[in-house]
Design a protein around this ligand. Structure first.
Ligand SMILES: [Zn+2]
Ligand SMILES: [Zn+2]
Length: 336
């Protein structure tokens, strides 16, 4: 099969021919239909402390059709369209007991969506509802990221929310903040390009970064935010979040910044601001997201800004490191 392989930081992904995957007794093999490109994939190929080991096929936002089934697998059939948690979990550690397999460091991840085929443990797979397409299925992971973060914030009905950033994580966060009870929501970003999307996903107002951002936020919310979701992931934004949060408010870091990011603890302390760092999700979150999409209130497919082939992926992947107009790019390894 063809796959895009990470070999070295600072170099583009390399298209290689790898052996077709073979299912273990508990596995299924899928033909990948869609796989989203995630900011984390970009971060983890930049050569920071946090990076993939060479030889990794990245891609954790995937969906596909089952083409082969392991001997012990029940509940799935060839032809089923599925997605899966990109983590397996050892079943014994704190993270696994909590249900958040993404935080288990004792078991291998399930990545490899930048390829024509993938092996997936059936234990972490979910069958997509019949109304969902492969494109929908590959959005369940990023939506689950937003869901987990918003839930962890302990959002209360009527809470005023600031979401910093307007990329896919930010938009998914807006989506869930709206559905889990937020009062007014303001999105803040550098450019107005995604203003319409932010409003469509559930924001009430949009503010630009800049000298008057504080006034804009307070005007939009009626007061300082109870919860600030930092969805940018570059240094400086955690501190910005602390400055914007109300006294005794919360700042939720969802940007997954992989380089050092300075904050002044006393500023947070003097306001009683608490910081949270949600990462991951549980299998039940995937089911919940699929159910909400199935109910069809909003079509998150509006997040998909481009669909590219595997051949195009290495070039597009590098382009995404710079300024661009994309929200969520999905790879379609095979023309459907
Ligand atoms: Zn992701
Ligand atoms: Zn574990």
């Amino acid at each position: 099969m063809k796959a895009a392989v990470y070999r070295e930081a600072g170099k583009p992904l390399v298209l290689e021919t790898l052996p077709d995957p073979v299912p273990g007794p508990g596995d299924v093999i899928i033909r990948v239909h869609r796989c989203g490109i995630c900011g984390t994939d970009l971060h983890m190929t930049e050569g920071h402390q946090w990076q993939f080991s060479p030889g990794t096929v990245p891609g954790h936002e995937y969906s596909g059709e089952i083409v082969e089934i392991g001997a012990n697998v029940t509940g799935f059939r060839a032809g089923d369209l599925i997605t899966a948690l990109p983590s397996t979990g050892c079943g014994h550690c704190e993270a696994c007991h909590h249900g958040n397999l993404a935080l288990c460091h004792n078991a291998p991840g399930v990545m490899g969506g930048y390829a024509e085929m993938m092996r997936i443990p059936a234990s972490v797979a979910i069958k997509l509802p019949a109304t969902l397409s492969a494109a929908d299925g590959a959005l369940i992971e990023p939506l689950a990221v937003g869901l987990y973060g918003v839930r962890m914030s302990g959002i209360q009905p009527g809470d005023r929310v600031l979401v910093m950033g307007a990329g896919a994580v930010a938009l998914c966060t807006i989506y869930w903040a709206r559905r889990l009870g937020a009062g007014r929501i303001v999105a803040m970003s550098r450019s107005a390009r995604r203003q319409a999307l932010a409003l469509e996903m559930g924001a009430d107002a949009f503010v630009h970064y800049g000298d008057n951002e504080n006034d804009g936020i307070v005007e939009a919310l009626g007061r300082q935010p109870d919860i600030v979701f930092e969805c940018v992931g570059t240094p400086g934004f955690l501190m910005k979040g602390i400055q914007h949060a109300r006294t005794l408010g919360k700042v939720v870091s969802m940007g997954f910044c992989t380089s050092p990011d300075q904050v002044v603890p006393a500023v947070a302390g003097y306001k009683g601001v608490s910081l949270q760092f949600p990462v991951g999700y549980a299998l039940k979150d995937f089911h919940y997201v699929a159910d909400v999409m199935d109910a069809g209130h909003v079509d998150p497919k509006m997040l998909i800004s481009s669909v590219v082939t595997l051949d195009e992926l290495p070039t597009v992947f590098e382009q995404l490191r710079g300024p661009n107009n994309e929200t969520k790019v999905q790879v379609a390894p095979r023309a459907l």
